[in-house]
Design a binder for this molecule. Structure first.
Ligand code: ATP
Length: 238
């Protein structure tokens, strides 16, 4: 069975995330996609985040409409960190260890039957930093990747983002610098499926700013998520 893992801050989860998941599901015949809100994303440790519980609740609400979309607690914090995460973002928090994708992937794979294929869903903006993630070569070896591209990115950009040990030589990638990032990129230790033009212009940052100005959010997030944000008064600090 083909299984997807889609990790993110999801602060909040929005139409862009869901469009990526729908396109990935169709492209790679994914029977299930686990949406995994990160407890402490390694690259966002200094930025105030909504509580894990609020972000997880929004993922539950946003994924209700698709049987294949499963909210996952794979990166849920321990109970001490969980109670601390209820505090306002500005309050001092219990410091939890950052979540690394390689650990999450290995944990999920440990629960799957041997014949299952695991696909890691990611937007091109995040994929560009993959070489700086923990054990990137191992991560790329553990699962196939589905990367949502957007206009302006070439196949060479995708190849050049790979960790050095897996990156093809510049003389190899150069001819692909004008070729849009689509199709498949298969190299030793790398299997990437590229989704062309799935990227929506919506961003979680812009949504948080709109919420702070009490603007309608239904253009960006599902009605239930918009209602949750309003009811819980999220993002009021600007
Ligand atoms: P922020 O603005 O808070 O950084 P974000 O949506 O970019 O929000 P995440 O929630 O961590 O951050 O994103 C989860 C994944 O979704 C990442 O792989 C990211 O590249 C991808 N993604 C984010 N926004 C979009 C979008 N509009 N369209 C497609 N993919 C997206």
């Amino acid at each position: 069975m083909n299984i997807g893992l889609f990790g993110g801050t999801f602060d909040p989860i929005h139409h862009g995330h869901l469009a990526l998941a729908r396109a990935a599901k169709q492209r790679c015949a994914l029977r299930r996609i686990y949406f995994v809100p990160a407890n402490v994303p390694p690259h966002k440790q200094r930025q105030p985040l909504s509580s894990y519980c609020d972000r997880y609740a929004m993922v539950v609400l946003a994924t209700l409409g698709d049987k294949a979309f499963i909210p996952s607690l794979l990166e849920a914090p321990n109970s001490e960190a969980l109670s601390s995460s209820f505090q306002k973002p500005s309050s001092p928090r219990t410091v939890s260890a950052a979540n690394y994708s390689i650990d999450t992937v290995r944990r999920l794979k440990g629960t799957l039957p041997k014949g299952d294929r695991l696909f890691f869903l990611i937007g091109i903006d995040a994929f560009r930093d993959i070489a700086s993630w923990r054990e990137p070569e191992a991560l790329l070896a553990e699962c196939e990747f589905i990367v949502a591209s957007r206009p302006g990115y070439s196949l060479a950009d995708v190849a050049n983002a790979l960790p050095e040990a897996l990156r093809p030589k510049a003389s190899v990638t150069k001819p692909f610098s004008k070729q849009p990032a689509r199709g498949e990129l298969v190299l030793p230790g790398v299997n990437i499926h590229l989704l062309e033009n799935v990227h929506h212009s919506v961003s979680a940052t812009a949504i948080r700013e709109s919420a702070a100005k009490a603007r309608s959010l239904t253009k960006f997030v599902s009605p239930a998520v918009a209602e949750y944000i309003r009811k819980m008064e999220l993002y009021q600090g600007g």
